[in-house]
Design a protein around this ligand. Structure first.
Ligand SMILES: [Zn+2]
Length: 179
């Protein structure tokens, strides 16, 4: 029963993560404008914003202009629902559940922008890095410094690759900014 709630909330969050992943890399606000049909500009009503269900009920089409809606949206919503469910089953009600859900959220958002633009936004990464940093301060591991050591080692490894590849890593973002 609780699992179902985690799944349903996951699909709602997934719908929001689609918006975040699609808008942040192109510098748009995540609150305005409201979501609309990319073909006819029809603003989506509450009834059309129900994760997965709206897509199924409308047969994957815009109610106004009948243009096809990408399967990408309901798939990401379902995936988020499943990830939230699995995280709950794995951790139960524990501090790690919060950390797990945070990581799933980060994973979905960067997957959306990576698939759509081949960009993983620094703003998203920095935001989640701070959230995870604070969460780990509140819920420390034993020893408390182990996650921070892991973070430093991970950073140095990526820095090493970046230096060796002479900035080849992350070039996608630099190029899109220049274009
Ligand atoms: Zn439309």
């Amino acid at each position: 029963m609780v699992g179902i709630i985690f799944f349903l909330y996951g699909t709602i969050f997934g719908s929001f993560f689609n918006v975040v992943g699609l808008r942040i890399p192109v510098g748009q606000s995540i609150v305005r404008p409201r979501s609309s049909c990319p073909t006819c500009g029809h603003e989506l009503t509450a009834k059309e914003l129900i994760p997965v269900l709206s897509y199924v009920i409308q047969g994957g089409k815009c109610r106004q202009c009948q243009a096809g809606i990408s399967l990408f949206y309901p798939i990401m919503e379902l995936l988020t629902g499943l990830l939230f469910l699995v995280t709950y089953i794995h951790f139960g009600f524990s501090p790690n559940l919060i950390i797990g859900l945070t990581l799933c959220s980060l994973f979905i958002i960067i997957t959306v922008s990576d698939l759509k633009y081949m960009i993983i936004s620094d703003r998203v990464l920095l935001f989640f890095a701070s959230v995870l940093f604070i969460e780990r301060l509140i819920f420390p591991l034993t020893p408390w410094w182990s996650p921070f050591l892991g973070a430093v080692v991970g950073f140095l490894l990526l820095l090493f690759i970046s230096v060796v590849s002479r900035g080849g890593m992350g070039r996608g973002e630099t190029l899109s900014c220049m274009l």
